[in-house]
Write a protein that binds this ligand. Sequence first.
Ligand SMILES: Cc1ncc(COP(=O)(O)O)c(C=O)c1O
Length: 403
Amino acid sequence: MRELAKRDSASMKEQGSQPTDRQVPFGRPITAAEEREAIGRVLDSGLLVHGPVLRQFESLFARFTNAPHAIGTSSCTAALHLAYHALGIGSGDEVIVPAQTHTATAHAVELVGAKPVFVDADETTGNVAIEQIEPLITGCTRAISIVHFLGLPVDMQLVCRLAERHGLHIIEDCALALGASLEGTHVGLWGTVGCFSFYPIKHITTAEGGMAITRDGELAAKLSHLRAFGVDRQQGERRIPGMYDVTMVGYNYRMSEIHAAIGQVQMDRLPGFLARRKQNYAVLTQGLREIEEIDLLKSGVADRISSHYCHALILKPKWAARRNDLIKELGERGVGTSIYYPRPVPLMTHYREKYGYREGDFPSASRISDRSIALPVGPHLGTDDMEYITIAVKEAICRVTGG
Ligand SMILES: Cc1ncc(COP(=O)(O)O)c(C=O)c1O
């Protein structure tokens, strides 16, 4: 191992890339003149919300995912919250939620007053352990929340059969999964609603922003009313300016024209971004495979196309305690990392205290949280960056294991 790292390090120097000079950030949004011009056009128009740009962005998104309806929102969290609210899920109801996710997945359930009931992960993929869902279903369960972890689609055939058997909705949190599909169907269209994020380091960005997609026209109309206070007529639909009625309690979760303008341009870039991620992921996989101190999450599953959000290495148990040292070593070599996710959500203080979960309750999710390091594969990076990351990981492992 040490020999391998020494040899790679020498070749890195030959390439003229001193480890400490180089920066390989975990994520960086890619925007250029087109985005600036699109924002400028919106500013010049004077129409900053309620305009045509969001509608155009929504229709581009709908076309890309093949969704009959797409509703832009201020974030993925907002879209998730709207989805539960629109489906009438609230106090006294339960929703099955994966433990291995961002806290927003569970917060959306809490925000409508329902109870998240957490389920452990499949240790080989990080996705939900589907076989553990059914025993958690009670008379109060109304929905199953699904997260496509790091962009790898969950086996939705199985989840749909389960949901159908019990008459449950499926809410898909696709925050990391734009571009991911299963048997030719984009994620987000398997369940009742699918929600996406356009946070800066996601597959595309609008700075902040989100999108809900659904096949259900009535639900789409409701989501669209709920994102704007629950008023019955949007601006432009009002015969007398300023005149409207309120038919339901809603939020202000709209996406502005400025954000939508960025998104509209980013949709053109999306196929290129996804191709770059796929290529980066393949190169990095090749390099990481030879490292005996780590395992990799399973990513290639037949009929499933991943969106390759990032690459997660899992330290073997013997080295688990050195994870943070390894992250530091990588940082010193300019390699940006992250952790997806720092702790299973039910073990975060709020959920632990409220529902009484304890350490050890989610062993697989905990193992991923405690032993993983997420490495970048975004389109801001190229093949040489993947080679650099591989060498940096080998060197860092040598340092921390004394290899
Ligand atoms: C799985 C998941 N869901 C939801 C979110 C929240 O997205 P947003 O910041 O757009 O609300 C994130 C953020 O990274 C996420 O990882």
